[in-house]
Each structure stands twice: as structure tokens, then as C-alpha cells.
Design a protein around this ligand. Structure first.
Ligand code: AMP
Length: 135
């Protein structure tokens, strides 16, 4: 297995195995407080922080503290944790005042969907009209 010490962690050619360690993962380091972020929720299992490049007036990322690269890496035992991501996203949308108007939850999975950080994260987007279909 190739260990690549960067935050992207995606294979640059088919068949290449790339592994991002918790030590090198950007979002693991944010969750650990090693890299500053605008944290809006910090719980035992889940952290939420404002996106550094917001695509809407409200743009928060909700992540598990544990390093899970993306949806394909999920196991059956992670079901409750995935549920927690949604519940925290729901609470943030409520607290930030977008629940009534509506908002969008997005998970980009892999390169074709534009996932740029290989640590599972739920985007919470709101505060404006959101087009469909997305780009
Ligand atoms: P995705 O493209 O779905 O993997 O989403 C990754 C998101 O992480 C993007 O919206 C980035 O703007 C955001 N991001 C990258 N680095 C940081 C950071 N240091 N703090 C907050 N958000 C970040």
C-alpha cells in the first residue's frame, strides 16, 4: 500500500492504492484542534465547522471525528454515526434559521462528484435559493 502524506488521497492513476492517515488528514486535524476552523459544534463523535469557501450564506461541514474516507468505506456498524451526522446537520439548520425556508444536505462521493477531502463530510447549505440539478 502506498502511503501518501497529503490531504487529497485519491489515486492519480487506476489501480494505485492511496491511504491517508488520520495524522495527515486535514479534517482529522481540524477535529483534533490542530488546524484552526470556525467550529459551530464539537461533540464526542461529530464536529461541525464553517466551510472555508462557502457556496451559500450558510455552508457548514459536519464530519465524524473518526477517520472515514468516504461513503464506500462505511460499515454496517457505522449506521448510528451516519445518523448522528444528519441529526447534527438538522440542529445546525434549525439554529441558523434556515429550517423553514429549506436547505440542502450534500455528500460528494469520489472524484467524479468532486470530493476533494477524503474524510466523510456532510455539506449543510442554506440561506439562498438552491438550483437543481446541481452542476
Ligand atoms: P468536497 O469537495 O465535497 O470534498 O468538500 C470539501 C470542502 O472542504 C470544500 O467545500 C472546501 O471548501 C472545504 N474545505 C477545505 N479546506 C477547508 C478548511 N481548512 N476549513 C474549512 N473547510 C475547508
Amino acid at each position: 500500500m502506498m502511503v501518501r502524506d497529503d490531504a487529497r488521497g485519491f489515486a492519480s492513476h487506476p489501480g494505485e492504492e492511496v491511504h491517508v492517515t488520520a495524522e495527515s488528514c486535514l479534517f482529522c486535524r481540524i477535529a483534533a484542534g490542530e488546524i484552526p476552523a470556525n467550529v459551530v459544534r464539537s461533540e464526542e463523535d461529530v464536529v461541525a465547522f464553517r466551510d472555508i469557501n462557502p457556496q451559500a450564506p450558510l455552508h457548514v461541514l459536519v464530519i465524524p471525528r473518526r477517520h472515514i474516507p468516504s461513503v464506500p468505506a462505511l460499515e454496517a456498524a457505522d449506521g448510528a454515526l451516519v445518523g448522528r451526522l444528519f441529526l447534527v446537520a438538522r440542529d445546525i439548520a434549525r439554529e441558523e434559521g434556515v429550517e423553514e425556508a429549506g436547505y440542502r444536505l450534500v455528500v460528494n462521493v469520489g472524484p467524479a462528484a468532486g470530493q476533494s477531502v477524503p474524510h466523510l463530510h456532510l455539506h449543510v447549505l442554506g440561506g439562498r435559493e438552491l438550483d437543481w440539478p446541481p452542476g
